[in-house]
Design a protein. Structure first.
Length: 158
C-alpha cells in the first residue's frame, strides 16, 4: 500500500502535477482517480481540500479519502470571498458573527489538535487574525481575550 497526500481544488482535480506524476509509476489509471476525486469533492467547489489516494500496487486498486477543507477555505466560504487580505491588521477581509466562526470550528474539530472546543476556537480565531477577519466587528485578538475570560463558554459547550 502506498498513500499519496495532496491538496486539490474541489471538483477540479486533473491528471497534471502533482497527481499524475505521483500515480503514473504505480500503474493506476489516473483518470479514474481524477474522476473519483472530482465526484467526491463536487459539493466543495471553490475550496481547497486535502485528499489521500491509497493505492494497492499488487491489485492495482485505489481508495480516495477526502478530508475537511482548510480552515482558511471554510472561512472564505462563509465570507463569500476568494482571497483574504495580504495585510492583516491593516485591512479587513470581512466580518463574521461568532456563530459562523463556531460553525467553522465544529467542521474542523475532528482534525484539529485541540482537546476541547475552547482551545479549538482559539485555533480558528488565530486563522481569522492572520486572514484579517473580524468577528462581530471586533478584531480576532479581542474575541480571543473574551474566549479566555469565559464570555463564550456557554456557546462552546453546546
Amino acid at each position: 500500500m502506498q498513500t499519496i497526500k495532496l491538496i486539490v481544488d474541489a471538483g477540479k482535480a486533473n491528471a497534471g502535477p502533482p497527481l499524475g506524476p505521483a500515480l503514473g509509476p504505480l500503474g493506476i489509471n489516473t483518470m479514474n482517480v481524477v474522476n473519483e476525486i472530482n465526484e467526491k469533492t463536487k459539493d466543495l467547489v471553490g475550496m481547497q481540500v486535502p485528499v489521500q489516494v491509497i493505492v494497492d500496487g499488487g491489485s492495482k486498486t485505489f481508495t480516495v479519502e477526502v478530508g475537511t477543507p482548510l480552515t482558511s477555505a471554510l472561512l472564505k466560504k462563509e465570507l463569500n470571498i476568494k482571497v483574504a487580505t495580504g495585510k492583516a491588521g491593516a485591512e479587513v477581509s470581512g466580518n463574521l458573527p461568532f456563530d459562523k466562526v463556531l460553525k467553522v470550528c465544529k467542521a474542523k474539530y475532528p482534525q484539529l489538535i485541540s482537546k476541547s472546543m475552547k482551545s479549538a476556537i482559539k485555533e480558528v480565531l488565530g486563522t481569522c487574525r492572520s486572514m484579517g477577519v473580524t468577528i462581530d466587528d471586533q478584531p480576532a485578538s479581542e474575541i480571543l481575550k473574551k474566549v479566555n475570560d469565559g464570555a463564550y463558554d456557554d456557546k462552546l459547550k453546546a
